[in-house]
Design a protein around this ligand. Sequence first.
Ligand code: PLP
Length: 405
Amino acid sequence: MTENLKTHEETTIEALDRAYVLPTYARNYEAHFVRGENATLYDARGRDYIDFGSGIAVCSVGHGNPRLAEAICDQAKKLIHTSNLYLIEPQAKLAARLAELTGYDMRTFFANSGAEANEGAIKIARRYGTDDEGNVKRYKIITLEHSFHGRTITALKATGQEAMHTYFGPFPDGFVYARDIEHIYDLIDDHTVAVMIELVQGEGGVQPMEKAAVQKLALELKKRDILLIVDEVQTGIYRTGEVLASNLYEIEPDIITLAKGLGGGVPIGAIMTRLKDILKPGDHGSTFGGNFLATRAALEVLAILEEAKESGALDRLLIAFETRLKTYVDAYPDLFEKEVGVGLMRGLRVKEGKEAGAVVEAAFKERLVILKAGKNTVRFLPVLTMSEEEMALGFERFDAALQSL
Ligand code: PLP
């Protein structure tokens, strides 16, 4: 058996996947990952891969994290789920921890994914625009072009990429798309109840919003009693170096949505809001949302990342990663146009005529996992607890990949 030939078992599992799983993903079958240690993944043939993608910003504390695994196992042996009809100790503690760490005087609703968190945020906004007799006063929500808010029907409609809407209509009414932050002001009318934005557009190409423009928008919306919803599904939970990107931008949104990095791989979504009493029992809910297992995992993830922040390890990694990544623009001026992003959510924009996908493929051949965002961005979402050695090896492989192109 050579390492380039798939084993019998790999071939069998791949055949099952191809025959029985709906083909909604352009799946890479070259490596079958079976385990991981921090920022290193291992495939079925024992080959190691450096993970600069974190399962698309999810595995914030790395793979096989012993503390997270221990917390999950301990909780699984005690209680996984009881329903939200009863008190859930780690849920209460997690909601309190989120308020404390972010500094926002907010309550939280727990869901299971980013799209579901955004759906809930939209429901809160719609409730805000409706009087107690059920008369709709304001309902319009402004989002940005190139945004990404999820795949459910309403979150998809909130997503400002018309191409993604083809085939799936009709959609709920009341969404309009602004070209950029300045254009939001032109779209506000008497029906506008909320503006929903990502502070760093992730899927749209790792595009950070300008801080001063966001701060001005937040103030302006407050004056006009229009809610600011910040989708922190990708930016949240230390991805930008702060607990939330909203902390980094020094704004106080009305609603914040979270998911991805919060559970370290255990599915969880969250809606934080300062509108503490807007929803009454029965207005919203979720069978699984905030159960013992997911919230206990998230509490451990927060504890691990808070320690990394406090010890300076996270900031050291962030600076080292950014510094290294920036060198590629000068080193490969024909390939890369600029370096973009914030914290450990970064990208290299490729020049017109060049293919970001080709860079991602070449990296994979060198056993480095990176991602593509938008049409022309090579995206880096490294594990937040990555070691110096893993980072160095990852960039060594990136060098080899670029030389192979
Ligand atoms: N919002 C943002 C900013 C995202 O990046 C994503 C996923 O990439 C979503 C929402 C949707 O999250 P999920 O896939 O968990 O539904």
